[in-house]
Design a protein around this ligand. Structure first.
Ligand SMILES: [Mn+2]
Length: 334
C-alpha cells in the first residue's frame, strides 16, 4: 500500500494530517514530520488538532498552527492519520469522508480492526516516525525535509523508551544517527520529553509509588492512582502517562500494573470507571490479560477500562492474573 500512498501524495495538493486520540510523541512527531515533508514537495498540509497537546510535546510544534475544527466546505485530497491501530482511536470531531477524502493510515502497530481506506502499516518499525522516513526515501528526497528531523527523532526516542525497547533495531539506530546528522539536538529532545516535569507530577509519582504492592510472590507489581491523589498533588490525568513503567522495573516482577480511577463525563454528569494499564518486563504477554478484561494492546503494553470501582477492578485483575500465571513457571518460559 505504500505505492498507493505515494501516488496520493504526488497527485494531490491539499492534505489534512491527524494524530490518534490523546496524541503522544510518536503520533504528533510523525504527523509533523509528514506535514513538513508534504510542504517540501510543494503541497499544502494542515494539522488537525482537536485536543490539547501535552506540554512536553509543545516544543515540536515550532509555530505550527493546527486546526481544532475543519470548515464544512473544506475539501482535502486525502487525510493522513498517524500511529493508529483501531477505529476507537480516531480523534474527536474527525470530519466526514466528503471533507477528508480517502483516509490514509500510517502506522506500525498490529491492527485491531480495518481502520483507514489505505493503510501503510510496517510492524517492523519501532515507531510511526520510522515509517515516515520510509515515505521520505521512497519519494526520492535527498535529505530529511527542513523541520521534519526533530519531530521524527522525538517520535522514535519516545516509542523506543530512549532506544531501549526490544523494538530498537540496527535500522532504528542508524536512523537515529542520520537524524543527528541532520542537526537534531538529542539532549534538547530528551529534556523536553522526559526531563521537564512540573512539580505536581513529581508529587504524583511519589504518591503512586507509595501505593506499590507486591502480588503473586513478587511476580506482579501493582500500583494505583485515585482522583483524591490527583487532587491532593494538584496533578492531572496527563501526568499519569508512563507511571505504570515504574512497576515494571521492580526486580522479579514479570508484570507491572497500574489501576487508575478515571472520570467519565457524559450527558448524565460524571462517573468513575477504572483503567488498568499493564506492562511486561519480558516474556509475559499482557495483551492476553487485557483481552480477558475486554481491553487490548501488545505483548509488552496493554490496557483496559472497566465500569467498576478501583477496588472491584483490582479484584477482577487479580482473578485474571491468577489464571494467567498458573500456566507459567516463575522463570517465565511457559
Ligand atoms: Mn507509535
Amino acid at each position: 500500500m505504500i505505492d498507493k500512498a505515494l501516488e496520493i501524495m504526488r497527485q494531490g495538493t491539499r492534505f489534512l494530517v491527524a494524530c490518534h486520540r490523546r496524541p503522544d510523541a510518536d503520533s504528533l512527531g510523525s504527523a509533523l514530520g509528514l506535514i513538513r515533508t508534504l510542504r517540501a514537495i510543494g503541497k499544502e498540509a494542515t494539522l488537525f488538532m482537536p485536543e490539547s497537546i501535552p506540554d512536553s510535546l509543545l516544543f515540536l510544534l515550532e509555530g505550527e498552527k493546527g486546526v481544532a475544527e475543519v470548515d464544512a466546505d473544506a475539501r482535502f485530497d486525502a487525510t493522513f492519520v498517524m500511529d493508529i491501530a483501531a477505529k476507537a482511536l480516531i480523534p474527536p470531531r474527525f470530519p466526514d469522508s466528503e471533507i477528508t477524502g480517502p483516509v490514509v493510515v500510517i502506522d506500525h502497530h498490529h491492527a485491531h480492526d480495518d481502520v483507514g481506506d489505505i493503510v501503510v502499516r510496517d510492524t517492523s518499525a519501532a515507531a510511526t516516525g520510522e515509517v515516515v522516513v520510509r515515505l521520505i526515501d521512497a519519494l526520492g528526497l535527498e535529505s530529511i525535509p527542513a523541520g521534519a528531523a526533530t519531530p521524527i527523532y522525538a517520535a522514535i526516542v519516545s516509542d523506543t523508551g530512549g532506544f531501549r525497547y526490544s523494538t530498537t533495531s540496527p535500522a532504528t539506530l542508524r536512523l537515529g544517527a542520520r537524524l543527528l546528522d541532520e542537526g537534531v539536538d538529542p539532549w534538547q529532545v530528551a529534556q523536553q520529553l522526559f526531563e521537564s516535569w512540573e512539580p505536581a507530577r513529581l508529587r504524583l509519582l511519589s504518591a503512586i509509588l507509595a501505593t506499590y504492592e507486591s502480588a503473586f510472590d513478587g511476580r506482579v507489581a501493582i500500583m494505583r492512582v485515585t482522583r483524591e491523589m490527583l487532587a491532593i498533588c494538584g496533578a492531572n490525568d496527563d501526568m499519569v502517562e508512563g507511571m505504570v513503567n515504574y512497576a515494571r522495573r521492580v526486580q522479579g516482577a514479570e508484570i507491572g500494573a497500574l489501576l487508575w480511577e478515571w472520570e467519565v463525563r457524559d450527558d448524565a454528569g460524571s462517573h468513575i470507571e477504572t483503567k488498568i494499564s499493564l506492562r511486561s518486563s519480558g516474556s509475559a504477554d499482557v495483551s492476553v490479560i487485557a483481552a480477558a478484561l475486554n481491553g487490548g494492546g501488545h505483548r509488552a503494553a496493554a490496557a483496559t477500562q472497566l465500569r467498576v470501582s478501583i477496588d472491584e477492578g483490582e479484584k477482577l485483575l487479580h482473578a485474571e492474573l491468577a489464571k494467567y500465571l498458573a500456566h507459567r513457571s516463575p522463570a517465565g518460559d511457559a
